[in-house]
Write a protein that binds this ligand. Structure first.
Ligand code: G4P
Length: 285
């Protein structure tokens, strides 16, 4: 699957982030809890160095809770990093972030000045939602456009923290095909850029191995198909995705499957676990 993701803008974003990151006390990196490695921006790790960082494992309401806890343990073991399973739509969780910011960067802010936190993350991961819930109001959307240095917004949370959003846009590593497929399956990539059938075959292969019971239950499949193609066919049959002549419309079946998967209809699913294999396959450093 080849997805055009404006790689030329990556260098510009790198320069913009490198220029401003120094002036922040803490980085709030928003990740998708279902795929915390693939939803990370590859340049951020190198630019951050030892700046304290809160990894928000967002959309944890859609992720496998046990795997999310494994990610929390994994990230918490890193120096200057704390991870927090999160649902950015939930205002009740706001206090955890402000508390962690103050814990991680207690002496960084100058006396009398607020602690400066920068929110970063790839498109669609939930940054705007998070900023809105933290601010307690809907902020103007800065936009999913690259190179917006001059107008990135600041929000005074009035609790000693000044929040800024990312200057420029941070992209995931779209060169890695596993990353691209996981992002597409989770919904981080716009529909116009993906081939549903390709993504469904990738996701089907993974789910048959990792979450067979969820497939069995959701689609009432007593005998699970052995291949991803047979799985999409079976889903098409169950969902009535038929062409003239009664043949399964594989593209419609694939789209139905991916939409249900993204919406959490199959259950809480994670696409990555902190195993050596996952980390090697997405090693961006
Ligand atoms: P961005 O700024 O990083 O680009 O992401 P944004 O906040 O726009 O969020 C992208 C989508 O993810 C939105 O859905 C948003 O509601 C959803 N979202 C954000 N955080 C969470 C979360 O913790 N859990 C779940 N389940 N969804 C979350 P949308 O359908 O694109 O927009 P909308 O219809 O909700 O407005």
């Amino acid at each position: 699957m080849k997805i055009e993701w404006y790689p030329g803008h990556m260098a510009k974003a790198r320069r913009q982030v490198a220029d401003v990151i120094i002036s922040f006390d803490v980085i709030i990196e928003v990740l998708d809890a279902r795929l915390p490695v693939s939803s990370a921006n590859p340049i951020l790790g190198t630019l951050r160095r030892h700046k304290p960082c809160i990894k928000i494992l967002n959309k944890s309401d859609l992720a496998d809770p046990e795997i999310t806890q494994a990610w929390v343990r994994f990230f918490d073991a890193q120096k200057d990093v704390r991870a927090l399973p999160y649902d950015a739509r939930d205002r009740g969780q706001v206090g955890f972030i402000t508390k962690l910011c103050k814990q991680l960067a207690p002496k960084r802010a100058k006396p009398g000045f607020p602690l400066r936190a920068m929110v970063v993350g790839i498109p669609n991961v939930g940054k705007s939602t998070l900023i809105n819930t933290l601010a307690g109001k809907k902020m103007a959307r800065v936009g999913d456009r690259p190179a917006i240095t001059t107008c990135h917004q600041q929000v005074d949370l009035r609790n000693g923290i000044m929040l800024s959003d990312t200057p420029g846009l941070l992209w995931p590593d779209m060169e890695n095909q596993d990353v691209a497929y996981r992002l597409a399956a989770s919904g981080a990539i716009g529909d116009s850029a993906i081939d549903y059938l390709e993504v469904a075959l990738y996701a089907g292969d993974y789910l048959l191995r990792r979450y067979p019971e969820m497939l069995r239950e959701r689609y009432g499949l007593n005998d699970l198909p052995e291949t991803p193609t047979a799985l999409v066919e079976a889903i098409g049959h169950k969902r009535g995705c038929l062409m003239a002549g009664g043949e399964i419309d594989m593209h419609r079946a694939a789209e139905a499957f991916i939409r249900e998967l993204r919406g959490g209809k199959l259950g809480r699913i994670s696409f990555e676990e902190p195993s050596e294999e996952t980390l090697d396959s997405t090693d961006n450093s």
